[in-house]
Design a binder for this molecule. Sequence first.
Ligand code: CA
Length: 723
Amino acid sequence: MLNIMQRNLIKLISILTIRIPIYVLGYICALLLISCSDREVDHAVPTTPAIEIIANSDWPVHGLDHGEQRFSPLRAINRDNVAKLGLAWFFDLPGGRGQEATPLVVDGVMYTTSAWSHVFALDAATGEELWHFDPQVAKATAAKGCCDAVNRGAAYSENKVFVGTLDGQLIALNAESGKLIWSTTTVDQTKQYTITGAPRVIDSKVFIGNGGAEFGVRGYISAYDARTGELLWRFYTVPGGPNDPTGVEPHELSSKTWYGSWWKLGGGGTVWDSMAYDKDTNTLYFGVGNGSPWNPNIRSAGKGDNLFLSSIVAVDATSGEYRWHYQTTPGEGWDYTATQHMVLADLEIDGQIRNVLLQAPKNGFFYVLDRHTGELISAEPYVRVTWASKIDIETGRPVVNPQAEYWKTGQVAAVAPAWTGGHNWHPMSYSTSTGLVYLPAQETAFPYLGDDKQTYSSIATNLGVDVSAASFPDNQIMIALAQQSTTGMLLAWDPIQQKEVWRAQHRGAWNGGVLATAGGLVFQGSAAGFFNAYDADTGAELWQVSAQTGIVAAPISFAVNGDQYISVSAGWGGIFALVSGPIGLNAAGGDPVNRSRILTFKLGAQRTLPAITEKQRTMPDLTSIEIDAASVQAGFRIYDRYCGACHGAGAIGGGVVADLRYSSALYSDTAWQKIVIDGALQANGMISFAAELSGDDAESIRHYVIGRNHYANKIGATKRLSH
Ligand code: CA
């Protein structure tokens, strides 16, 4: 008799081979479970990089400038000498989780963050620690987040450093001492909110959003007074229910695009990462995330555009007053956030200089918008896209492929891109020298199967999608296919012609953010653990160094005392690493280990990283422990919803959290219950699931994980480095 997983696999294969052209087979990839998001004058970046040597040059704001171009004017390091680039210093970061921060450099001091929202001030030329602030985030907070305990960086203004913490605080620190000046709680602590994004500061206002749209929250962005921490305004991205607060948003515009009782499940639309600012018009732009839950049938009776999900929204930075919005994916159902990095640029289009906003959101189209009006100028796919055939320029709306709307068909829909996106949070870069955008893109796809009957959970993801349909841990053929077809590449993209100019191929998806420089170089780290420099014109690889761990963050460049430096946060992690099991392991080179560090390079430096000392461990052989097939099957489904978000598809971990197949607690049902039900490891982040899981449920999960151990022993995959 076929089990559910096998039936779903057959369903999926039949979809792939009958209803979709065979080439799409190559894109079933992220098939696993989900879970689980003014310039100051003296820091100004010249638009024309005419200065050969700049003695001191900062990286004062998140994207270098508030248009977030991430294009360094420095060119002491260039095509001709990049081969002489060497390690100047490294600094070990705590946390052992994904490192996603973009460091800042102000007056020779680097301010950066690590996993678990630690904040550091370092001497930017030497790496010497000046101070360290630990906000003491409880490890159990990680269970509220979809996407690892990451933090994407700090903001700096007027001798203060601002950081959003995983547990929803916005804090202001004295930049010289690291002492706390003020702290404010920005989220309802009873709900599944987290902060992973970097705040932005403009004219003494701090802007911060939050995450949680996989768990049932309502998204918003807030502005606080940088001096006092007082809340100035709040813009809710989705309309609330009868008893919910309202902010400065145009409720009359958004509420008529929703149906049913959407507010009961939050609605989603979290502002978890991207912002940009146009000083000329005092306009703040922010990107809005996916719906909560994903499945529109549960969220909004299967209809409506659901504003402002999946939108770019422009507001007056002083008041928060709405100016315009552009919705990339109306009524989205695939986790197609528009929270991806936005760049402001001035492009000559059809003989006219246009002030534009550029974004490559998860949905696979590269958008060029007029940043004053939100008018769509152009949109073309930058990766394989199957959910829509095109974006209609007249209406600005996508022409959706009906087969992709799983909530309407009731069938599995194999859709590209996957929920991981053609591009995720990893910042892109725009070079005013080459006129190209350098985009960390990825080819992904996912088999979506709606589950309209899924009930709300306060401790697991709420997607309304049966992620078990995408999980087939015993099928080596499908796993191999998925590994081979989930690829990543650095794309050099012409935003005027809307076409690819060159690409550098990576082993897999989830590669680092990007820096372009006036030295004709593009820097990017890879999931596979290398840090690379490419020729900005041709894509030729000019330099490479091992980072001993996957890099997902974006590099920066700065100068101190006449020396140009390149810095990057290294440390494998983030949602793809946690959840995607064998696909993530493949992207990261097979058996990744998180080694979290800031790496800083300059010409002629010759430091080396410490030799790798991790030894291989052998998995215990539990094949003598009998398991019950029905329990394994029940445990598989519970695991996928409650456990897979952190411990990964197939219980194998992703090189970040423990590989459960090695767990000594598997030997004993009581030891296992103490952890899963009684919360014995809560201090480590492993919360109790007693609120929703029974002792029998926990025992089923144990049987499932022992089954994964049996399978690994059967196929001989029983050695790992540190997990
Ligand atoms: Ca999401």
